[in-house]
Design a binder for this molecule. Sequence first.
Ligand code: HEC
Ligand code: HEC
Length: 205
Amino acid sequence: MVATPGAEGQQKPPATRPAASGSKPAAAPAAASYAQRFATLCASCHGANGRSVLPLTPVLAGQPSLYAITQLFLFREGRRSDPAMTAVAKTMTDDDMRGFSDYIGTLPPVPAPAPDTPPDPARMAKGRALADQYKCLFCHGADLGGGQQVPRIAGQHEEYLRESLRGFHAGTRPGYTQAMTAAVSGIPLADLDALAWFAARFGGK
Ligand code: HEC
Ligand code: HEC
């Protein structure tokens, strides 16, 4: 289970409390209602089980709740920008961000569908060596499964990974911290693309 703050201990980072909302009870958002709202509001793009089939729409299954809430916060505050996702995030209250993120944190990882031909072993080995050299494994975990504020990247869509890495590199995708900008700033684009190819196909072993 993910760490959920108790009703009193609401100290998740993005807690910008709207001024005049004193009437709402300070209860943790009901998990069941966010499962339902996810099915209605998010599944059309991100997939019913959190595994989207759209190449530039990220897989949310297996993503840590803390990572999810930081990203929803960045979208809502207009710091991370995407026409579709910004519009969704702008409507969210703090409770919504917490409720959706907690729900995302309960979605088990869903592996990518098996490819027609297995990935080239030499290219996989090269990708793993780069991931070691550039410390991707150090922060994202040996299985690239992430944790806390660090996202899972194993099994994410290659196109989405490539765009994200190029965005951090170009400075067009701001992070919640400087970690990724610093991590990729000196890396040649060809190596970033090789890492995107690798991580998308990496099953965690
Ligand atoms: C119209 C399609 C669409 C809908 C509906 C939508 N999303 Fe998204 N979402 C996206 C896209 C596209 C991105 C990636 C944007 C980018 O590249 O910066 C994204 C990104 C995200 C991310 C960041 C993931 C990551 O790996 O960084 C989270 C979290 C998220 N969405 C949650 C939600 C939730 C919760 C809902 C429902 C309340 C929702 N989304 C509804 C399209 C959508
Ligand atoms: C110092 C720790 C650190 C290192 C090293 C690091 N990352 Fe990250 N990475 C993060 C954090 C933290 C985030 C969340 C970004 C944010 O702050 O919003 C992230 C985000 C990402 C994302 C965005 C995922 C998504 O769903 O949008 C990708 C892709 C990624 N990292 C790939 C890599 C790759 C590939 C490497 C190696 C070249 C790497 N990272 C090295 C900490 C790190």
